[in-house]
Design a protein around this ligand. Structure first.
Ligand code: COA
Length: 704
């Protein structure tokens, strides 16, 4: 029974508690319960602090209460730092006292299999409406009170970045790293075992806390991927999310029967979900920090025209290469460049982008060039590069950078890359210390600017409209398969479903005798394909169960006999239901369209080109279903072999809309029939006009 339960708005008591207790505050320096208390005091927390310890006495000048009930006033937040054996009763006592949030730092729960105690702890808390962060967390830092209720480093700089980490140790390291990089935090939270509060709860709060501009997430897994996507899609426009997702290398360990399922490692689905919902996924912690620093510091770029200003040709070319690699667009209007920079560069320099001020350029030259770029409305972002030359002193350069930053830093993105010795290292340090995005490696600078552009990309999601399909027909097929106790549809049944879903399936019939086969082929029209129909034979071609290019009645008769003979010889126990006679269609570009079911994100769609592209190169793209036509178009273009559909080497352009339509229909089909757990159309053959389903495979999971 819940007496009351805290809503999202009440999360202010977690991030901005009026009074806090430390249950397990220790008298011994070095213990976690001591450090947490010390950090709270040292962070300048203004509310009342209640150390709780049955030994009583005083710790760090604070009166110690022997139990939580001896505290007179209200407590919004309690930090639990007693061993696991007494943590549940400590939580229960807090809940009874009316504490609103408990952060259970204690380890030794579900992460080591102690699931029951963790469940009991949450139940006890919920009985009184208390919410739990953890267990197995390092605590919380929040800039607003301010409060540092962690056992991590004591010094945290307040700012506009929220760090949410599923890993405790990494989270603590991130406190240190953000301090070293001079990054300002609005909050840092570890969510640990997520027994109650999840990253979604935390995100909901920081999206509206009025200080956070960038959320930096470290995720190992999500229990409810769909909910996460919805939440992120509806975040305020100005809020940016960078995520590190661990486990890129791991392929989902699910038992899957389809091609799509085996290609869809859970990590690829995360990739797709992040793309769809606008989360920037960084490959490494370093990259993540670079992006976060840039997003936190820079305003929205007003357009795509980027100018590189450099004192070195080589580093300028490296930057231009990186821009090409990341898709950052360099201003290329020569008139504009000449007009803006023509008279500030020496004769042997270049006004073309990169604007090369040449090796002797110092603070004044940079000031002139930067100011012109930053003043010009046709230039939307600037990459300022500097290679240490020892031709000019560094102080004037630094003065210029700081002056430009002050004048224009909030209006236009300026990203710095400084390369050289001790002097530039000091400059870098100083710039970073002031929260300015500055990097040693030019590639990091460009990658970060690209992240900024991507973060502000306006993504028209597009609507998912309803489309007509023969739902009764589809249901009938699925039901009859389920009634037989099968989980996989026959190829012919799968094609029935495809037809009912509105796909173009070449005519086919199942013949149970030679006469029926001849009649079917005559009706369908030659040439035809003959294929054994049996749920027991998976690799039909390998055992001689498939014959192509059957041109006349005689070949049908011989073919029928040959198929039955081969099956009898190589699969004597197989249940043969007949022979499929299908219209043989001309060659086209083979594609694969599929769907699978992910435990966290639900239905997922896949697209790729067939043959080696999917088998060897695994060149496929995923999206969480259902998807709009616009998103399908983005998904298709993500595949490297996509240009083959556009027509290469004199080949004609293929009917891309028909493929998009097939993916769209599959998205709607699997959402409407969730019992379809896996599906492959392999191949979907694409012509100049139209796309045909040649073969399909469907698995179902019908709940009894
Ligand atoms: N209420 C309040 N305090 C109590 C208590 C009670 N019912 N019973 C005992 N205490 C006191 C102890 O007397 C002790 O104080 P003291 O040092 O002054 O004697 C204090 O609480 C701590 O208890 P102790 O038994 O010394 O525990 P500990 O400090 O060795 O360990 C944890 C406690 C929570 C730190 C430890 O169990 C743990 O889980 N460590 C891992 C934490 C972690 O890594 N979390 C994840 C981070 S990402």
């Amino acid at each position: 029974m819940y007496l009351y339960s805290l809503s999202v708005t009440d999360f202010k008591y977690l991030f901005n508690p009026r009074h806090v207790a430390v249950v397990g505050a220790s008298h011994s320096e070095g213990k976690i319960g001591y450090t947490v208390l010390k950090n709270i005091i040292d962070s300048g927390y203004k509310g009342r602090i209640y150390p709780i310890n049955p030994k009583g006495g005083e710790i760090l000048g604070k009166k110690v209460y022997t139990d939580i009930f001896s505290v007179d006033g209200e407590i919004d937040l309690a930090l639990i730092v007693v061993p696991a054996s007494i943590a549940v009763s400590a939580v229960e006592a807090c809940a009874k006292k009316g504490v609103k949030f408990a952060i259970v730092i204690t380890s030794g729960f579900s992460e080591i299999g102690n699931i029951d105690a963790e469940r009991e702890m949450v139940e006890k808390a919920r009985e009184y409406g208390m919410r739990i962060l953890g267990p197995n967390v390092f605590g919380i830092y929040s800039a607003v009170p301010p409060i540092n209720a962690t056992f991590g480093p004591s010094k945290v700089r307040p700012g506009n970045i929220a760090v949410i980490s599923q890993s405790g140790a990494l989270g603590i390291a991130m406190i240190g790293k953000t301090a070293e990089e001079n990054m300002g935090l609005s909050t840092i939270v570890s969510i640990g075992n997520k027994a109650d509060i999840t990253e979604a709860d935390i995100l909901k709060y920081v999206f509206n806390d009025d200080i956070t501009k960038v959320a930096f997430l470290y995720i190992e897994g999500l229990e409810n991927g769909k909910e996460f996507m919805e939440l992120v899609k509806n975040k305020p426009d100005e809020m940016k999310i960078v995520a590190i997702k661990a486990g890129r290398s791991k392929v989902g360990a699910r038992a899957v029967a389809s091609h799509t399922g085996s290609l869809a490692g859970s990590d690829k689905i995360f990739d797709a979900a992040f793309k769809q919902s606008g989360v920037l996924r960084a490959d490494s912690l370093e990259e993540g920090f670079n992006w976060v620093a840039t997003l936190a510091a820079c305003p929205r770029p007003a357009g795509n025209n980027v100018v590189i200003i450099t004192n070195g040709g080589g580093i300028g070319v490296l930057a231009a290469d990186a821009c090409e690699k990341y898709g950052v667009k360099l201003a290329g209007d020569m008139e504009l460049l000449k007009r803006t920079f023509g008279d500030v560069i020496p004769k042997f320099g270049s006004y073309k982008n990169p604007v090369d001020l040449t090796g002797q350029a110092g603070g004044e030259d940079y000031r002139e060039a930067l100011e012109r770029a930053l003043k010009d409305d046709n230039i939307h972002a600037v990459i300022a590069l500097y290679c240490q030359t020892d031709m000019t002193p560094l102080e004037p350069l630094m003065d210029t950078f700081l002056e430009m930053q002050k004048k224009y830093g909030s209006k236009k993105p300026i990203i710095y890359s400084l390369f050289g010795g001790e002097g530039t290292a000091k400059l870098l340090e100083e710039l970073k210390g002031k929260g300015i995005p500055a990097f040693e490696d030019v590639e990091d600078a460009v990658s970060s600017l690209n992240a900024l552009y991507r973060a502000y990309e306006k993504k028209e999601e597009g609507k998912v409209e309803n489309i007509e399909m023969d739902e009764c027909g589809i249901r009938r097929v699925i039901q009859s398969v389920a009634e037989e106790g099968r989980r996989q549809l026959l190829g012919t049944e799968a094609k029935e479903v495809m037809k009912a879903a509105g796909m173009d399936v070449p005519p086919f019939r199942v013949a149970k005798s030679i006469n029926e086969a001849v009649e079917a082929a005559g009706e369908i029209g030659y040439p035809v394909v003959m294929k054994v129909v049996s749920e027991d034979i998976v690799h039909k071609t390998d055992i001689g169960g498939v014959l192509l290019d059957i041109d006349n009645e005689k070949e049908v008769v011989e073919g029928y006999e040959a198929i039955l003979r081969n099956c009898k010889q190589y699969a004597p126990k197989a249940n043969i239901r007949g022979v499929e006679i299908a219209k043989m269609v001309p060659d086209g570009v083979e594609t694969i369209v599929g769907a699978t079911t992910d435990p966290s994100f639900g239905k997922v769609l896949m697209f790729g080109l067939g043959g080696i592209y999917v088998e060897v190169l695994k060149d496929v793209a995923f999206r969480v279903a259902p998807v709009s036509r616009r998103e399908i178009s983005r998904m298709m273009r993500e595949v490297n072999s996509y240009p083959l559909l556009l027509g290469v080497r004199g080949e004609s352009r293929r009917d891309i809309d028909s493929v998009a339509d097939a993916i769209y229909r599959i998205g709607i089909l699997v959402n409407r029939f969730p019992e379809i757990s896996e599906l492959d159309i392999n191949p979907l053959v694409v012509y100049e006009k139209g796309a045909k389903v040649l073969d399909a495979r469907i698995n179902i999971e019908v709940k009894k």
